[in-house]
Ligand binder design. Sequence first.
Ligand code: WT7
Length: 641
Amino acid sequence: MENVALENRVFNPPAEITENANAKADIYELAQKDRIGFWDTQAKELVTWVEPYDKVLDDSKAPFYKWFVNGKLNLSYNCIDRHAKSDRRNKAAILYESEIGRQVCLTYGMLYREVNKFANALASLGVKKGDRVALYMPMIPEAAIAMLACTRIGAPHSLVFGGFSPESLRDRINDCQAKVLITSDGNFRRGKPFALKNNADKALEDAPSIEKCVVVKNAGNDVDFVEGRDVWYHELMAKAGSYYEPEVMDAEDMLFILYTSGTTGKPKGVVHTTGGYLVQTQATLKYVFDIKEDDVYWCTADIGWITGHSYVVYAPLALGATTFMYDGTIDYPAKDRLWDMAERYGVTKFYTAPTAIRTFMKWGTEFPKSHDLSAIKILGSVGEPINPEAWMWYREHIGGGQAPIMDTWWQTETGAFMCTPLPGITALKPGTATVPFPGIELDIVDENKNSADVGYLVVKSPWPSMLRTIYGDDDRYVETYWKRFGDFYFAGDGAKRDELGYIWVTGRVDDVLNVSGHRLGTAEVESALVECEEVAEAAVVGKKHDVKGEAVCAFVILKDGFEANSELIDKLRKHVGVKIGPIARPDDIIFTGGLPKTRSGKIMRRLLRDIAEGRAIGDVTTLADPGAMQEIASQYSGKED
Ligand code: WT7
């Protein structure tokens, strides 16, 4: 075992998970035999319908697919009422802790009351079925309450991540013509209030569709109030009625819009609908995280992203599980904050992103070691390919050396997991999202749409939680996802298949380099670099090259205590050459203290490419730490030939 390269090691599912797993051994076979029948079974088992659907899938107007045709339901009913009226009434639905340590526990019974009242409050402001409601909120329970209240009324919500600028918020409000904005005075970041309402005010200077702005008092910081427009959440709630009849929604009625970056500057409003989304988000969480009655499930994503929508709020609540929310920085007051909470709340399932895992690695093992994490049974990873070293560290130091890691590949557009292991069935290999979820048909194809071992990741048939369109722009929907390979959905990712048939996502195809005609994933080179003991994190981009077409350019953050010098550059280049092949050897290695990342933690390669190729620095408003950019630029300018 010792001599086997990390990514070739195989970890079999633990027997104690297999024995009691929600997913039985024949799940793949059943779905394979009858894909539509599989989703039919899930829909009947997992959703309480007001009126049954008459057809599972209508594919007559591709790519405008319809799922659970003519089925009627309400999402908030499925997430709350059916649990609040059962033995789960006093079970924790949402556990919450703020950065300064305020704790909230909302049982299903309590959540039921809050959501009903807030639905009445929104209705009192004139919100009706079909109206869009914008949310610009911290990770507080009121955010989940507001989302659920919107779904109760049938008013699609559009969440804008709290870290986005006023301009981003304004553009998103204007694109969907939202009628009401729900926000908060602020929240805490490193112990100090962060004023969210000020940003909202700036956005609203030029957002004429907004009639009312609801403000949740959270951090207690001063806010300006605009007479006639702004209203306190607690004042509305004080006079709101305690029951709101859930609106009967069609399975294909719009549930929410979520904006995501495309290849152009204008964000795309990804549209999700009600029935299919509720079916697939629940089925995936139930089987992949093997959700049980006594779980404390923690997904660290912000509700402003799809992961927060699907796997912090909707799927766990629909399943009647306990979902934990934390609003704060991960190293406040100390670097063990997450592990301290995981221990205190007895977290059993933990789901986070590789970029966070690498940060924990950089900090060292003493922080998780100082806490009892033995309740953790299953781990998850999402957002980018996880490098095998981070995978091993995660398993070893957070998962007690035995928790299986669910590397889940999916997108804002897919709504729910698409490629993922199942914890009681799939043998794991560090770094791969393994196999398609049952009922999902994935393939890797070449330019000519032929199945290939290296190429483009596609979805070969429609799936329940798929996006239905881009808000207000059907043409862009078709153009972006259905043009390149016709009836195959093009995910925008590159992938390769190994000898087990497992799918290894290599990154966005715009991040795939072509060096002297050879295909090379930026993620592959990064993974090789972070294997070196000196390297904490690496980002690789392609740089135009006269002879090779593209040359590899690596930005590297060193671990504390290591020195950046020319010996190290040689060592790193050599290592990559040995690991992947001489073709992958970086031409340039630039040491830096930080990397430009979007607020969701994705490296902004476009900006790195601008620096590598000596162009002006583009828009950095979505960077978590805009200063990181200037620093890299100034270091690099000294290195230009
Ligand atoms: C892109 C989607 C899906 C929720 C978070 C991000 C990359 C996501 C994985 C994974 C390799 C992954 C892909 C994808 N990605 N998960 N497990 N392995 N890559 O949502 O912002 O819509 O980004 O994230 O490149 O296309 P998103």
